[in-house]
Write a protein that binds this ligand. Structure first.
Ligand code: MG
Length: 281
């Protein structure tokens, strides 16, 4: 390369660099981003589009597991106001609520949220009774029934043999958890669950199943797992069309399971993962 050709190239690179910096700075003073970039799938936004809305600011809790600023508190240990028992209130004692005995309730007594939800992120903590009594499905059984239909199982899963699709972390009667990260009975355990409700066509046919992602004690147990349909014991679940929202139900399975720190974040439509066409379903 001759000397003057090399200098020309350096000048060209410098000019280009200055041009890019000037453009970036001009946009940074207004709205950072680029409009000379290709369009993303969906045809709405450029790559790094400056007009794409910034995410809503949410203040996280001061401590892990605490409710962020946009959460709906379903139970903070002080009152059962967000719930109704099918037959009677659940027991509230020292910041925890517990499934009451069948004798005091007069029969099966599930707990139902007064508010209805569709797509949600849920945090919940539970504690299996100690010392453990009985075995298999009769030991610390409860469950989270999204939309009162789709159960993510709660069970005392510590050293308790049972069928895999019925242990803690299971999509009951369908999908065992990926692993069993159970704590001992008597210790508080956490569930963090993202539930995506099913979608139905106007004629009631299924467009998209429900999906669930669940972490038990911070460990992934279900990863965007499609659900079979309404949970039924000893039966293959099926879908029956229903509305876009329904209550969350905590199961009374005749075990004195306790709960604390329950909050949810209803999720917007764009929380449903977009496909590579950018269509969102
Ligand atoms: Mg159950």
């Amino acid at each position: 390369m001759k000397g003057n050709e090399g200098m020309k190239r350096i000048h060209a690179v410098m000019a280009m660099t200055v041009g890019i910096m000037a453009g970036t700075l001009a946009q940074a003073a207004d709205k950072p981003g680029f409009t000379d970039t290709p369009m993303l799938p969906g045809g709405k936004w450029h790559v790094h589009d400056p007009d794409r809305p910034a995410p809503t600011v949410v203040t996280p809790a001061a401590t892990p597991g605490g409710a962020p600023s946009d959460a709906i508190i379903l139970f903070d240990g002080s009152s059962l106001d967000a719930w109704r028992g099918e037959r009677a209130p659940w027991t509230l004692d020292r910041g925890a609520m517990t499934v009451p005995s069948r004798a005091s309730s007069g029969g099966e007594n599930n707990l139902i949220s007064k508010q209805a939800f569709g797509d949600v992120q849920l945090h919940l903590e539970f504690r299996s009774p100690t010392p453990p009594q009985k075995s298999s499905q009769d030991r610390g059984n409860s469950g989270i029934w999204f939309m009162q239909r789709y159960e993510v199982q709660i069970l005392d899963g510590y050293d308790n043999a049972t069928y895999a699709d019925g242990t803690v972390g299971a999509v009951y009667a369908w999908k065992p958890p990926l692993v069993n990260p159970s704590r001992r009975p008597g210790e508080w355990q956490s569930y963090d669950i993202i539930f995506e409700r099913p979608r139905f066509a106007a004629d009631g046919s299924l467009l998209r199943p429900a999906y669930v992602t669940a972490l038990l004690n911070g460990v992934l147990v279900q990863n965007h797992q499609a659900m079979l349909g309404t949970t039924v014991w000893r039966t293959v679940g099926q879908y029956q069309a229903h509305g876009d929202t329904a209550p969350i139900q905590l199961q009374d399975h005749d075990s004195a399971v306790s709960f604390r720190n329950i909050w949810v974040r209803p999720l917007p439509e764009d929380a449903i993962a977009q496909d590579l066409k950018g269509t969102g379903q």
